[in-house]
Design a protein. Structure first.
Lengths: 368, 350
C-alpha cells in the first residue's frame, strides 16, 4: 500500500470524527457561557506562563512565598494592600500577591496531574472489568463501589494523615513488581511468548534484585505531595464506571469479532479498536473535573492538611484566616478575599465550559 | 398483594447486597490503619485514658496481636468494631463512639435546616428552568447554580461571617453564645433531652436558648444550601427536559390538555425519579459540606471535630468518622433505592 492511499484511507476514516468536532465547535461557539469559560481558562494559562515576570521569584524554589522577616518581628499581624504588596500580606508577612500568582501554577499542577493519573487508573480498571467480564468485573466493580461509598473529602482526610512522610522503596522490589506485571500481562493477553523468554525474564529479575538489593529510593513527601497522591487514589472510580459502560457497549460490535477472528491479541484489540471508540466522552469529562479537583485540594489546604505554610497555594493562604474567626475577620478581609476570588474564578471557568460541553456531548439532549 | 411481595423481596435483596459493601468499607478502613505503626494502632483498641501510658500501650499491642499478620489482626479489629469500640479519641478526650454520639445532634441541626430547602427549592427551580428553557428564568437559575457549584464553601462562609457578624454583628459564630452555653451546661432548669438545642429550648420552656441556637445555625445552613442546591437544580432540570421530550407529552398535548396539566400531571412525576437517585449523592455532599462549614464557623459538631482530629493526627477519630459517614451514606443509598422502587414499579420487577 502506498503512503498516499494510506493517507486517503486515514482521511476517510477521520471524516465522521471531524464532522463531529465541527458540530461540537459550532455548538460551543453558540453558547456565550462556554466562551466565557474558555476565556477564563486561557487567562489563567497566560497568567501562569507569565508568573516569573509578574512575580520574580527571590529563592531558588519559586513556590516558596517571600516574607518580610524584619516587619514580621515587629508585628506578626497582616498588613492591608500597599504599593509594595499589592494584595497585602498574611500574618507573619507572607506576600499574598506572590502566593496568588504562583498559586495558579500549583492549581494547574494539582488539577492536571490528578486528572491524568486518575484517568489512567480508571481506564485500566474499567477496561479490564468490562473486557474480561465475569469474576474480574465483579471484583473490580465492587472495589470501585467501596471507594465510592465514602464521601471524597472525608476519605481524603483519612488518607492524607495515613500516607507516611518518608517513603522508602527498595529498588529490587520495584524491579520484581515490574517484571512480575509484565509476565502477568503477557500471560493474560495470551501473547505468543516462548517459555524460554519467560524463564529469561525471571532469571534477570532474580539476578537484578539480588545485585541491587541494598539500593533504596527514599522519597520524602511534603503535605502537598500527600494531597496529590490522595486525590489520585480517590479520583478514579467514577471514570472506571463510565469507561466500563462504554467498553461494554463497544465490545460486542462486529468489528471486534472480526479483529478477534483475525487473531489480534487482547491488548491489541483493546488499544486499537476498543479505546478509540470508548475514550472521548471520558477524557472530556475528566478534563472538566479539574475545577472540582482544585476545589477539593483547596478544601484540604483549608483544613490544614494541604500545602505547607510557606508554599504558594490559594487554599493555604485562606486557611490563615482561621486565626481570626469572629469580629476581627473583617479587619483582615484581604487575607481570604483575594485568594478566594482566584479559586472561585478558576473553578467557575472550568464549570462554565463543562456545563456547556455536557449539553453538547449528551446525545439525548443534542441536535434539538 | 403481589405488589407488596415484590417490594419486600426487593428490599430483602438490597439488604443482602449491603453486607459485602459494608464489609468492604471495613476492609478499606482497616487497610488505612495498617499504614500506621503498632503504637498508633493500639489507640484503636483503648477505651479509657489510663491506658495511654507507654507500658499499657505495649500491653495492648500484645493483647490484640498487633504484630501478627494482617488477616489475624483484621478479625480482632472487626470484633472490637462490632462491639462499638472504635478506639480512644484524644481530641475529644472520650471514646470515639460516644464522641460521635455526643456531636451528632449539632450536625443534625444544621442539616435539618439545610436539606428541606435544598430539595424543595432545588426541585422547584430545576423544573421551572426546564419548562422555560432558554428564557430569562432558565438563564438566571443556571448561572446561579454554576456560581454556587464553583464557590469554595470556606471562602463563602468567611464572607458571610465578615458581613453578618464582623460588620452587622447579627449572626455570631460558634454553637451558642458563651453565657447561654454556660446556662445550658450547668443550670438545673435545662435538661438536654435530644441535644438539639433549638428543640430542647422549646421543651424546657427556655425560648431564649432556642432563639440563640437558631441564630447560630442560620449561616452554616445557608452556606451548605447555596453550595448543594446546584446539584439538585442541575439534575432536576435535565431530567425534566428529558421527560418533556417523551412521546406521551406530545400525546397529552395533542389531546388538548393545557400546558399546566401536561407539566403537573405527566412530566413532573416522571422527572422526579432520577432526582431521587441523586439524593444519595446529596447526603455525601452534605457530610463533606458539614466538615468545612462547621470548621469555618467554629460550630461544635461532628464536622469540626473531624477536621480538628485530622489536623492533630488523631487517627482513631478520623477513621471512626470516616467509617460513620460511609455507613450513613450506604444506608441513605439503601433508603433511596427502596423509595425509588416504591415510586417506580419497573425497578423492583426487573
Amino acid at each position: 500500500m502506498t503512503t498516499s492511499s494510506r493517507w486517503e484511507e486515514f482521511k476517510a476514516s477521520m471524516q465522521p470524527r471531524i464532522k463531529e468536532w465541527k458540530f461540537m465547535f459550532k455548538r460551543v461557539q453558540e453558547s456565550p457561557l462556554s466562551l466565557v469559560g474558555i476565556a477564563i481558562i486561557l487567562g489563567f494559562v497566560i497568567l501562569s506562563a507569565l508568573s516569573p515576570v509578574l512575580a520574580p521569584p527571590p529563592y531558588a524554589d519559586p513556590f516558596i512565598i517571600p516574607r518580610d522577616e524584619e516587619i514580621a518581628k515587629l508585628s506578626p499581624l497582616p498588613t492591608p494592600p500597599t504599593i509594595e504588596h499589592p494584595f497585602g500580606t498574611t500574618d507573619q508577612h507572607y506576600d499574598i500577591y506572590y502566593a496568588c500568582i504562583w498559586g495558579t501554577i500549583t492549581a494547574f499542577r494539582i488539577g492536571i496531574t490528578t486528572v491524568m493519573v486518575a484517568l489512567m487508573i480508571g481506564i485500566i480498571i474499567g477496561v479490564a472489568a468490562a473486557y474480561y467480564g465475569g469474576l474480574a468485573d465483579e471484583a473490580l466493580m465492587r472495589f470501585t463501589d467501596i471507594i465510592i461509598a465514602f464521601p471524597g473529602l472525608i476519605l481524603a482526610m483519612a488518607l492524607v494523615i495515613a500516607i507516611p512522610t518518608v517513603f522508602t522503596l527498595n529498588v529490587s522490589f520495584i524491579l520484581v513488581v515490574i517484571f512480575g506485571l509484565t509476565t502477568f500481562f503477557a500471560f493474560i493477553t495470551r501473547a505468543r511468548m516462548k517459555i524460554k523468554v519467560i524463564l529469561l525474564i525471571i532469571f534477570i529479575a532474580v539476578l537484578a534484585s539480588v545485585l541491587l538489593y541494598p539500593l533504596n529510593l527514599r522519597f520524602s513527601l511534603n503535605n502537598l505531595d500527600k494531597v496529590l497522591i490522595t486525590l489520585w487514589l480517590i479520583g478514579w472510580p467514577s471514570y472506571a464506571r463510565v469507561i466500563r459502560g462504554e467498553v461494554l457497549r463497544v465490545k460486542n460490535e462486529d468489528y471486534i469479532e472480526a479483529a478477534k477472528a483475525a487473531g489480534t491479541s487482547d491488548l491489541g484489540i483493546v488499544i486499537k479498536h476498543i479505546l478509540p471508540n470508548a475514550i472521548y466522552p471520558i477524557i472530556i469529562m475528566a478534563s472538566l473535573d479539574i475545577g472540582s479537583i482544585v476545589l477539593t485540594a483547596a478544601a484540604l489546604s483549608f483544613l490544614g492538611l494541604g500545602a505547607p505554610p510557606n508554599y504558594a497555594d490559594w487554599g493555604q493562604i485562606i486557611q490563615r484566616s482561621r486565626n481570626w474567626i469572629g469580629r476581627e475577620l473583617i479587619r483582615y478581609m484581604h487575607v481570604f478575599l483575594i485568594p478566594g476570588i482566584f479559586i472561585f474564578v478558576f473553578v467557575l471557568g472550568w464549570n462554565l465550559l463543562g456545563d456547556a460541553l455536557r449539553d453538547v456531548l449528551d446525545p439525548t439532549l443534542r441536535r434539538r | 398483594m403481589v405488589r407488596k411481595l415484590g417490594l419486600l423481596t426487593y428490599v430483602a435483596r438490597r439488604l443482602i447486597l449491603l453486607i459485602p459493601v459494608v464489609l468492604g468499607v471495613s476492609m478499606l478502613i482497616f487497610a488505612i490503619t495498617m499504614c500506621f505503626p503498632p503504637t498508633i494502632r493500639a489507640l484503636l483498641y483503648i477505651r479509657n485514658p489510663q491506658a495511654l501510658t507507654p507500658e499499657n500501650i505495649e500491653g495492648v499491642i500484645k493483647k490484640y496481636h498487633l504484630n501478627d499478620p494482617f488477616y489475624i489482626q483484621y478479625f480482632t479489629w472487626l470484633a472490637q468494631v462490632l462491639q462499638g469500640n472504635l478506639g480512644w479519641s484524644q481530641t475529644a478526650s472520650a471514646p470515639v463512639f460516644s464522641a460521635i454520639l455526643v456531636r451528632f445532634p449539632a450536625t443534625f441541626e444544621i442539616i435539618v435546616f439545610a436539606a428541606p430547602v435544598i430539595i424543595i427549592l432545588g426541585l422547584y427551580l430545576g423544573i421551572q428552568s426546564a419548562v422555560y428553557k432558554d428564557k430569562i428564568l432558565d438563564h438566571i437559575t443556571r448561572s446561579a447554580a454554576i456560581i454556587g457549584w464553583s464557590l469554595p464553601s470556606f471562602w463563602f462562609g468567611f464572607i458571610l461571617m465578615a458581613v453578618f457578624y464582623g460588620y452587622l454583628g447579627w449572626l455570631p459564630p460558634g454553637r451558642l453564645t458563651r453565657e447561654v452555653q454556660h446556662f445550658v451546661d450547668s443550670s438545673q432548669l435545662f435538661t438536654k433531652y435530644t441535644g438539639l438545642y433549638i428543640l430542647d429550648g422549646i421543651l424546657n420552656g427556655q425560648l431564649a436558648v432556642s432563639w440563640d441556637a437558631f441564630k447560630h445555625v442560620i449561616l452554616p445552613a445557608t452556606v451548605i444550601t447555596v453550595i448543594d442546591i446546584a446539584l439538585i437544580i442541575r439534575v432536576a432540570r435535565s431530567s425534566m427536559l428529558e421527560a418533556l421530550s417523551k412521546g406521551y407529552i406530545i400525546t397529552a398535548k395533542a389531546k388538548g390538555l393545557t400546558q399546566k396539566e401536561v407539566i403537573n400531571k405527566h412530566a413532573r412525576r416522571n422527572a422526579l425519579i432520577p432526582v431521587t437517585t441523586i439524593s444519595g449523592l446529596l447526603v455525601a455532599s452534605l457530610m463533606t459540606g458539614v466538615v468545612i462549614t462547621e470548621t469555618v464557623f467554629g460550630f461544635g459538631g461532628l464536622g469540626s471535630w473531624a477536621a480538628q482530629s485530622a489536623q492533630q493526627l488523631d487517627v482513631p477519630s478520623v477513621l471512626g468518622f470516616a467509617m460513620f459517614t460511609a455507613i450513613v451514606f450506604v444506608i441513605a443509598n439503601l433508603i433511596v433505592d427502596v423509595l425509588y422502587a416504591f415510586i417506580d414499579p419497573r425497578i423492583r420487577l426487573a
